[in-house]
Design a binder for this molecule. Structure first.
Ligand code: NAD
Ligand code: MG
Ligand code: MG
Ligand code: MG
Ligand code: MG
Ligand code: MG
Length: 324
């Protein structure tokens, strides 16, 4: 059973005695910075001179400094730049200023797990990964609530890494609803697996293949779009609210019977084998190596797939249907 930690188990004060650098001001960065500020913390925003996020940060009342300057001044450094750039940002702006006893934080394990960052053994290193996008992290905090997070301690040289990391999670509002202890590899590998196999890759391939099958058989694309894509939201809401059995209770008996009869024939043993292959590529680092190389090459494959994605017939239909 997972260990879950709540407000009452945490030293809320410790993080307020530190200066925190938030590097990056995107989805996660803005939410961490604002929640920490509202929790009474001393926060600095680190952004390159040319970053577009500087405008947003200024609007929110910050005076951003360069990432290296933020790293110099801070006791706690949270890296919230895109995972594929973290190695570079670390090398260029953080490494030199990560002096003994500081705490380096990440919100996803990718760069540490795949050795894009190799911190010295004189600092604390930990992860606090909120289970949701930054907008939700901020919104729930502002309601006096929170969203859960995963956390782990990778390196504890000061003896206070755990207390300080949990204090950070408290300031984010996450311990209001509970934070779950994990390991770097568990968080990284399950996150990548879920987004590839279910949430993003699995779902979009399922929807598109079903849409194509209906259209090929002569059904109207508008009708195919509605039933294969838009109605996903209704089912996802039921799954979120009560899980699979609850969803099954809420749909028609016909839909439920069709689910039991046909679902396992669509997602079959062949699919399971492919899932295992995808998991192995994540575990042995080959997916990460490929993604890092792709970035070093200027992302030609990503750009080509993006163009293909945007030009798929389902997009044109979708544009019209969403206007209804
Ligand atoms: P984002 O793309 O929304 O924001 C990235 C920020 O970094 C932007 O402000 C950008 O201007 C800045 N940036 C880009 N290059 C930079 C550089 N070279 N130097 C300094 N700043 C730079 O990214 P995000 O989604 O907030 O992701 C940040 C981290 O949070 C990642 O590790 C990600 O895995 C993790 N995370 C994201 C989510 C999510 O739902 N978005 C959830 C949990 C964890
Ligand atoms: Mg994107
Ligand atoms: Mg995640
Ligand atoms: Mg992810
Ligand atoms: Mg029913
Ligand atoms: Mg129906």
């Amino acid at each position: 059973m997972a260990t879950i930690i709540y407000d009452a188990d945490v030293n809320a004060e410790l993080i307020r005695q530190k200066r925190i650098a938030i590097i990056g001001y995107g989805s996660q960065g803005h939410a961490h910075a604002l929640n920490l500020r509202d929790s009474g913390c001393d926060v600095l925003i680190g952004l390159p001179e040319t970053s577009k996020s500087r405008i947003r940060a200024s609007k929110d009342g910050w005076t951003p400094v360069l990432p290296a300057e933020a790293a110099v001044q801070a006791d706690v450094i949270m890296l919230l730049v895109p995972d594929q750039y973290q190695g570079q940002v670390y090398q260029e702006s953080i490494k030199e200023h990560l002096t003994a006893g500081k705490l380096l934080l990440v919100a996803h394990g990718f760069s540490l797990q795949y050795h894009q960052i190799e911190p010295p053994d004189t600092v604390d290193v930990a992860m606090v990964a909120p289970n949701g996008p930054g907008a939700q992290l901020r919104y729930m905090y502002s309601l006096g609530k929170g969203i859960p997070a995963l956390w782990t301690i990778c390196q504890d040289v000061t003896g206070q890494a755990r207390t300080l990391t949990l204090s950070y999670a408290h300031a984010l509002g996450c311990t209001r609803v509970g934070v779950i202890q994990t390991t770097l590899s568990e968080e990284t590998e399950t996150d990548l697996f879920a987004e590839q196999v279910v949430l993003c890759g699995g779902l979009t391939s399922l929807i598109r293949t079903a849409f194509e099958t209906l259209v090929e058989a002569g059904y109207q694309p508008e009708v195919a779009y509605t039933c294969c894509l838009q109605e996903v939201k209704l089912i996802a809401d039921l799954l979120y609210q009560g899980g699979i059995h609850f969803m099954h209770n809420s749909i028609s008996d016909t839909a439920e019977y069709g689910d039991y009869m046909t679902g396992p024939r669509i997602i079959d043993e062949h699919t399971r084998e492919n899932m295992r292959t995808a998991l192995h590529a994540i575990q042995n680092g080959s997916f990460a190596r490929q993604w890092i190389t792709e970035n070093q090459a200027g992302r030609p494959a990503l750009e080509a797939m993006r163009r293909q994605d945007a030009n798929h017939a389902i997009e044109e239909i979708g544009k019209r249907m969403r206007q209804m």
